[in-house]
Design a protein around this ligand. Structure first.
Ligand code: FMN
Length: 189
């Protein structure tokens, strides 16, 4: 059976997106983000933190992205570190969900994991979709880190108000899938 030609249903064709997934309860929602981006034509390269692997498996995200998942510095193959190769080739670095820890790492130039290293090494535009407890999100330290990142041109996909997994209601819920994907589509259009 012949395959359909690239069309407007594949607006991300030819784009390589590194999708960072960090250790939020919302990490399972990355599965849908990956599916939508891949169905829209993107080559999605998933990079997970160790914490993220406690919330959703690399097997699931690798299957949905149709690419191997990176989650550690220490099992990369080839002469050039895989995360640097990835940082060099991507068109967009999207982290969804982004934890308070990731936001702090990027704001402060720390690279204790693959995501921090890619943040520092890439020249690609960066989008972060934070998700966390509302009090964490409103904390002065997190606000300051987000302001630092915005000042560097990082796009923040704001979380929304809702019922949070921690039992509270408030700001900090990962932005809906449609909002995240729309921001990516708008960026490339
Ligand atoms: C059940 C559970 C849910 C969590 N959800 C969040 C969250 O939504 N946002 C967040 O910033 N941290 C959350 N954390 C804490 C992070 O997992 C923790 O800060 C971790 O060090 C983040 O690591 P990473 O940024 O390397 O993935 C959660 C922890 C647990 C145990």
């Amino acid at each position: 059976m012949s395959q359909s030609a690239p069309s407007s249903s594949a607006p991300l064709l030819g784009k390589t997106i590194a999708l960072g997934v960090s250790g939020s309860i919302a990490a399972y929602k990355a599965a849908d983000v990956i599916s939508e981006l891949r169905k829209s034509g993107a080559d999605v390269q998933v990079v997970m933190t160790e914490s993220a692997t406690k919330f959703i498996s690399a097997l699931t995200l690798g299957t949905l992205s149709r690419n191997p998942v990176m989650s550690s510095f220490w099992n990369e193959e080839g002469w050039q570190p895989g995360h640097i190769e990835l940082a060099d080739k991507i068109d967009l670095f999207l982290v969804a969900p982004a934890t308070a820890q990731q936001i702090g790492n990027y704001a402060n130039g720390l690279a204790p994991d693959l995501l921090g290293a890619i943040y520092l090494a890439t020249q690609a535009p960066i989008m972060l979709a934070p998700a966390m407890n509302g009090k964490m999100y409103e904390h002065e330290a997190v606000r300051k880190n987000l302001d630092i990142l915005k000042g560097r041109g990082v796009e923040i996909i704001d979380p929304v108000v809702g019922e949070l997994a921690c039992g509270y209601k408030g700001m900090g819920k990962l932005a809906p899938l449609a909002v995240i994907t729309e921001r990516v589509f708008s960026f490339f259009s």
